[in-house]
Write a protein that binds this ligand. Structure first.
Ligand SMILES: C[S@@+](CC[C@H](N)C(=O)[O-])C[C@H]1O[C@@H](n2cnc3c(N)ncnc32)[C@H](O)[C@@H]1O
Length: 246
């Protein structure tokens, strides 16, 4: 199955659950961005074998299996696509990972109690919410609403000192306003991986926002004109190469 057979005609299709069902019916495995070997060293410091982990939008990725083989056994995966869930369950069973739970669920309405997980992880799933965001510096209100709903859900299901790991092509200046919104208490760190084009691994620790955060945050709010232009060009490049063509 080639990438062209499953690629959408427009990026906005990534928001359509039918697109994902159709794609997963035809595709057995596709790893968004890069596989585990490329970012394993960036996330393992934030995971313990006894952690309970929630993966958002697992698709047909091998991330949960790789974490399991690395000793993290309490894993719950969710995806909105019933096809992805059914196929993931069958594959995990076949590959000896029957303890991994897989549920059909919407990340905008997480069906879990407060303080349920030590770690929430997503790879390329939050990015789906941005595909029709318009100007990345000033996303549409509907995009902002959905992203904040998702993040509020993540914050709610995380235990008091839990960690949210977001693996994305979204650059820090576009993700920071969301991750550093006043209703969260997250500290934010990020690292990159990939050759040529870089992907980002954000690590957000609940309850760990630094005390001098407000002061530093104000300093960051106004990028210089030169930076603004360079980064706008960068984001345009990302949208073309990472959303439309994936
Ligand atoms: C870009 S793919 C990433 C798949 C996988 N995480 C990976 O790294 O290969 C986005 C995934 O998010 C799922 N998805 C989209 N919207 C969702 C939502 N509201 N709730 C849960 N999953 C969603 C899609 O079905 C798809 O599996």
């Amino acid at each position: 199955m080639s990438k062209d057979d499953v690629a959408p005609t427009a990026a906005s299709e990534y928001l359509n659950p039918h697109y994902w069902d159709k794609r997963f019916s035809a595709e057995e495995h596709y790893e968004w961005f890069k596989d585990y070997s490329h970012f394993r060293n960036l996330i393992m410091d934030h995971l313990n074998p006894h952690d309970s982990v929630l993966e958002l939008g697992c698709g047909n990725s091998q991330l949960s299996e790789e974490l399991y083989r690395d000793g993290v056994v309490d894993i719950t995966c969710i995806d909105l696509s019933a096809v992805a869930v059914e196929k993931m369950r069958a594959r995990l069973l076949e590959n000896g990972c029957k303890d991994i739970k897989v549920l059909q669920a919407d990340m905008l309405e997480l069906p879990f109690g407060n303080d349920s997980f030590d770690v929430v992880i997503e790879k390329g799933t939050m990015d789906v919410l941005f595909v029709d965001s318009g100007d990345p510096w000033n996303p549409k209100p509907e995009t902002v609403r959905k992203v904040m709903t998702m993040l509020e859900g993540v914050d709610r299901v995380l235990k008091p000192h839990g960690t949210f790991i977001s693996i994305t092509f979204g650059q820090p200046h576009f993700r920071r306003p969301f991750f550093e919104a006043p209703q969260f208490t997250w500290s934010m760190e990020w690292k990159t991986f990939g050759d040529g084009f870089h992907y980002f691994v954000y690590t957000l620790k609940k309850g760990k926002r630094p005390l001098d955060f407000k002061e530093n945050h104000e300093k960051l709010e106004k990028p210089s004109l030169c930076l603004l232009q360079d980064e706008l060009e960068g984001e345009d490049y990302q949208f073309r190469t990472n959303v439309d063509e994936l």
